[in-house]
Structures are given as C-alpha cells and as structure tokens.
Design a binder for this molecule. Structure first.
Ligand SMILES: Cc1ncc(COP(=O)(O)O)c(C=O)c1O
Length: 424
C-alpha cells in the first residue's frame, strides 16, 4: 500500500456529530490539491480512500472467484461478496435475497428487468407501457424494445415547458391496458422527485408493474424499500462512491420466487440434468439465480465500503447538505438575467441537480470554458434527449450536480468563473 493510501486509511468515515464537507473532501484523493471543482456527480461520483483501499486490499489478499471453490481464500471472497448483498439490503431496509447484482449499472439492471418481465409476465398484444418524457434513455430504450417484442404501445406522460412531467395528470394515462409504469425517481436533468406514492396507488388498482429508476435517488436521499410498493428498482454503484461496473436490481418479494431468470449460467442453478430426453435446469434461490457467470466481485466489495461511508454520514444529512448547496447555487444563478433554470424555480424541488441554459450561448462551449478553469460540469442533452425535445432546447443545457464533498466554495468558484465569462 503506498504512503498516501496508508495515511488516509483512518479517514474512512466522517464525524458523526456534524456535517463537515471540508473534512469529507480530505477523503477524496481527486480533490486533494484543491484545484478541481467537481460538479458532475450525477454522471459519476468521486471515490473516497476507504473504497479505493477496500478494493485494493481485496485484490491483494482476498481475491478469488465466489460460490465455487472451497479453499480458504475462495470462502473469504464469497463471504465478502455476500456481505455486500447484506449491506445493500440493510441500507435500503430490505432482504439480501431481493438484491441482485448486475454488470455495468442502472442501464443493465433496467434491461434485466425488461427481460424478466418479457419472459415471465403476460403482456397481451395492445397493452401499454407508460413512460415519462423526462426519462433517461436507459429507462426508455428497454421499454421501447419490450413494446416491440410484445406488440404493446408506449404511452408518454408529457412534460411541461419547464421539463417536469404533468404528474397531476398521471391518472389519465393509467388504465386497464397499462401493464408497466417506468418511473424516474429523480430526474437527472431537473432534479425533480416523482410523486411515487400517488403513482403506486393508482398503478396497483390496475395491476400494473412499477419499475423505478433510482439512479439519482438512492445515492442522495434516504430510501426505504420496505415502504415503497414497487416491483423493480435499479441503481448504480458508481454514482454512490462505489466502483464502476456494478448495477443493482431489487425485485419485489411478490414476484421474485415466480420469476425464471432471463439469463442462465454458472452460479444460477442447483443442478442441470437430462430428464426424459431434455436437459432441465433446477434454478438456485434468489438472488443467485439472477446472477449468471462470474459476478462483479471486486465492485461489490467496493460498494459495501461506499455504503458504509454514506451510513457514517447519514443519508438525511447527505440530502440536507445538498439542499443547502442547491439553494445557494440557485440564488447565484438566478441573479443572472441570461440564465434560465430547467425545472422548478423552487430550490427544494431540485434534489442535488440544477440544469440551466444561457441565452445565446452553446452549452458545450460554456462547458469547455469552465473545464479549462478546472470546473467540471456536464453539458449537452444528458442522455435525456426526449426531455430536451419537449422543452425545445435541442442543444441541451449545463448541469451542475452536488454530492457530499461539495462545499459553498465550489459555488463561489463557479460564480466567479461565470463572471469571468461575462455571463450576466
Ligand atoms: C436517471 C438515470 N437513469 C439511468 C442512468 C444510467 O446509469 P448507468 O450509466 O450507471 O447505467 C443514469 C445515469 O446518468 C441516470 O441519471
């Protein structure tokens, strides 16, 4: 282990007494020289030393494949991999049986949900799948594919001019044909949080399956899955301090035992044997039957440590801190006449994300200029092309997104940079 890593091993957590973003910043090596203003956590979060160390030490001393070997290191790796399932379950108040690790991230987890539905649930021809116009492409394209496969129709809850769906009209879009509702918990453009409880109530009356894209919620606000009556939930490790390459798909207990896996492979079966001239699989228990092949083991170990880090802080405090930053940033941006905020004008409705446009300027050009000043923002259409078509801003916007390591000073630096660029 190098000296820098060793030096910071003890800083894996933060004071439980209060929220000190300056102290937290010391845990993130990419922020160590104080130069980078990282305002792009909605795309991917930075990684703390504790996660880097956990991954490194696992690879150095405990790595092997899991659920296979019976030698010492294999048993240890299996135990650590299992602990990762348990940690995710504890964090979200659910059972580890319901926590399925997938490759990549939310994208693959959502596709896996679509495949599971396609293979296990009757979607009669002419059914409808309800999506919202603010969805990330990852929460649209699997449903477009599923609609093609099942000869169903996509129905879209349209957006208002500010990019927020007409949530108050959602009930007009749900009826007896609605088999699936794909909800984005928090928009990655507007930061607006969907009124999930109301959607669930009506969806359940019509027997619709509810799929929740929680890519921007689980890393930022407390989420209690024991209280959300949805069927599938997807999110990414890399947006919550963990490594890339790992998605999580949570499946409701009312479905999980009935579902046959969409993909089979090593680790998914108790046995495969010839029966009456056929080869028959005997599926293992969940979550294993949904995790074919060698899983993202290293990534899962990293995610467990990432969650421990977030738990040390407390998700209520994470959400409160981001609320404070959003309020400051909205005030700073709203003073500029050329700036137009996408989404609500109320900072409380932004959940760590603010996207804006600047009159007569190209978002990417601004992104490049800010980048040259070491300010990382994300410009363009944010994989939410549909949203930008609805609001008639085809070149997209400029997004700033916060996390635990951002401090008010980051907003001051952004403000100064906008002054330098003469953006009034
Ligand atoms: C709302 C939302 N859904 C899905 C995704 C896709 O996540 P990933 O790239 O980790 O698969 C993102 C990523 O930005 C997102 O913001």
């Amino acid at each position: 282990m190098n000296d820098t890593l060793l030096k910071h091993t003890s800083l894996s957590g933060v004071s439980i007494m209060g929220f000190d973003c300056k102290r937290i910043r010391k845990d993130f090596p990419e922020l160590s020289n104080g130069e980078l203003v990282y305002l792009d956590s909605a795309a991917s979060s930075l990684k703390p030393f504790s996660v880097i160390n956990a991954v490194k030490s696992f690879m150095e001393s405990s790595y092997s494949n899991v659920h296979r070997g019976v030698y010492e290191v294999a048993l240890k790796a299996t135990m650590l991999y299992e602990e990762a399932h348990e940690k995710v379950a504890e964090f979200l108040k659910t059972s580890s049986k319901q926590v399925v690790f997938t490759p990549q991230g939310t994208t693959t987890a959502l596709h896996r949900a679509a495949l599971l539905i396609y293979q296990n649930i009757d979607i009669p021809q002419g059914s409808t799948i309800l999506v919202t116009g603010d969805s990330h492409n990852s929460n649209l394209l699997p449903w477009i594919r599923l609609a093609q496969w099942t000869k169903s129709k996509i129905r879209i809850l349209p957006l208002k001019q500010n990019g927020i769906p007409y949530w108050e009209r959602i009930n007009e879009y749900i009826d007896e044909t609605t088999r699936i509702i794909a909800v984005t918990h928090i928009s990655n453009v507007t930061g607006y949080k969907a009124p999930l409880e109301e959607i669930v109530e009506n969806a359940r009356k019509h027997g619709s399956i509810i799929v929740l894209d929680a890519a921007q919620s689980i890393p930022h606000i407390p989420v209690d899955l024991s209280k959300l009556d949805v069927d599938f939930v997807a999110f990414s490790s890399h947006k919550m301090l963990g490594p890339t390459g790992l998605g999580v798909l949570w499946i409701n207990n009312r479905l999980i035992d009935k579902l046959e896996p969409a993909l089979g492979g090593g680790g998914t079966v108790k046995d495969v044997k010839p029966v009456n001239n056929e080869i028959k699989p005997y599926w293992d228990e969940p979550p294993y039957k949904f995790e074919p092949g060698t899983p993202p083991i290293i990534e899962a170990v990293g995610l467990k440590t990432a969650i421990e880090y977030l738990e040390d802080i407390g998700m209520e405090k994470v959400a409160k801190h981001e609320e404070k930053l959003v309020k400051e940033a909205m005030e700073a941006l709203s003073r500029r006449k050329r700036v137009e905020i996408i989404g609500s004008n109320d900072p409380r409705e932004h959940r760590g994300i603010i996207t804006f446009t600047i009159k007569n300027t190209d978002p990417d050009a601004i992104g490049l200029k800010l980048g040259s000043m070491n300010i990382a923002v994300r410009t363009g259409t944010h994989c939410a092309n549909t949203l930008y078509h609805y609001i008639k801003k085809p070149r997209g916007g400029i997004r700033i997104s916060f996390y635990i390591y951002n401090c008010i000073e980051d907003i001051e630096k952004l403000d100064k940079a906008l002054n330098k660029l003469e953006i009034q």
